[in-house]
Ligand binder design. Structure first.
Ligand code: SPV
Ligand code: MG
Length: 297
């Protein structure tokens, strides 16, 4: 099945479905092996793994390069966190073209201004895009896609920017009418109160996606009861790897030895397995001339 069709199935499924964060080819493969059905290419974690901030410091073509490795490494559909679409409608529709060329299944864009700031950073109050302008962007993206199954998800940042439920609903409905395949309603509260209020009024009129990073204690079954379609676990692979790398780097620095570390890191064979080193060895047997014929005896 095409990756785009797989993502569409997840969005439209009657069951609660999940996307897991990945930020490079290796983590994409690990997400697939864990059993997930789809990948969230997080703006926060791709930028962090590149050593830059989640403020569009990595250019969109640099993000595309990372996505290409992720797409090659996994058969799972990838939903790109496309921030604001990296500009206006024209930049966003060009993004869609390039994503389709790289077999990326969909993109989520948020109604903020370029360059964006992460939703959880309490800097200056984050200004939102004009509704009409954002709707034009969604329409342009939907108009340019070649594959009908490619998904454009519209992320509502109204709660993040301090607006009320009425504004969140107004925006979500406008984005639905503009052609978005789902809406992502975001909240930075420690509980799911805003999500609950939104779902009560939304009335199941279109698929809803959430990112419960801050309201992590809410039981997952509650999301199913509310009628959420898709939950994104948005950053745990990056956060797990940061902790693991900090611990091992400190340990090796202090011990000036790797003897103690050996037992607490993945064996080298596991690295080779994840890289499918076996496949290359088999291919070499098939495609390279044998040593015998090279020696000519
Ligand atoms: C991301 O993973 O980059 C997101 C989700 O956009 S959040 O960090 O919650 O804004
Ligand atoms: Mg992001």
């Amino acid at each position: 099945m095409k990756k785009t069709a797989k993502l569409r199935q997840l969005i439209q499924s009657k069951n609660l479905e999940f996307l897991m964060e990945a930020h490079n080819g290796l983590s994409a493969k690990i997400v697939e092996e864990a059993g997930f059905k789809g990948i969230w290419a997080s703006g926060l974690t791709v930028s962090a793994s590149l050593g830059v901030r989640d403020n569009n410091e990595a250019s969109w073509t640099q993000v595309l390069d990372v996505l290409e490795f992720m797409s090659d490494a996994s058969s799972l559909p990838i939903l790109l966190d496309g921030d604001t679409g990296y500009g206006n409608f024209n930049n966003a529709r060009r993004l869609v073209k390039k994503l389709e060329q790289r077999n990326i299944a969909g993109v989520c864009i948020e109604d903020k201004l370029f360059p964006k700031t992460n939703s959880f950073i309490n800097g200056r109050a984050q200004p939102l895009a004009e509704i009409d302008e954002f709707c034009g962007k969604i329409k342009a993206m939907k108009d340019v896609q070649n594959d009908d199954d490619f998904a454009v998800i519209a992320r509502v940042e109204a709660f993040i920017a301090g607006w009320d439920l009425a504004e969140a609903l107004r925006r979500a409905e406008a984005y639905r009418q503009a052609g978005a395949d789902a809406v992502l309603i975001h909240s930075k509260r420690a509980d799911a109160a805003e999500i609950e209020a939104f779902m009560a009024e939304w009335g199941g009129r279109h698929p809803v996606v959430i990112v419960p990073t801050k309201y992590f204690a809410t039981p997952t079954r509650r999301f199913a009861e509310l009628g959420i379609s898709l939950v994104i676990w948005a950053n745990h692979n990056l956060r797990a790897s940061i902790q693991a790398m900090q611990t091992i780097s400190r340990q090796i620095f202090l011990q000036e030895s790797i003897k103690e570390a050996e037992g607490s890191v993945a064996p080298l064979d596991e690295v080779f397995r994840l890289q499918q080193a076996d496949e290359l060895q088999a291919a070499e047997k098939k495609y390279l001339p044998s040593q015998k014929s090279i020696r000519g005896d």
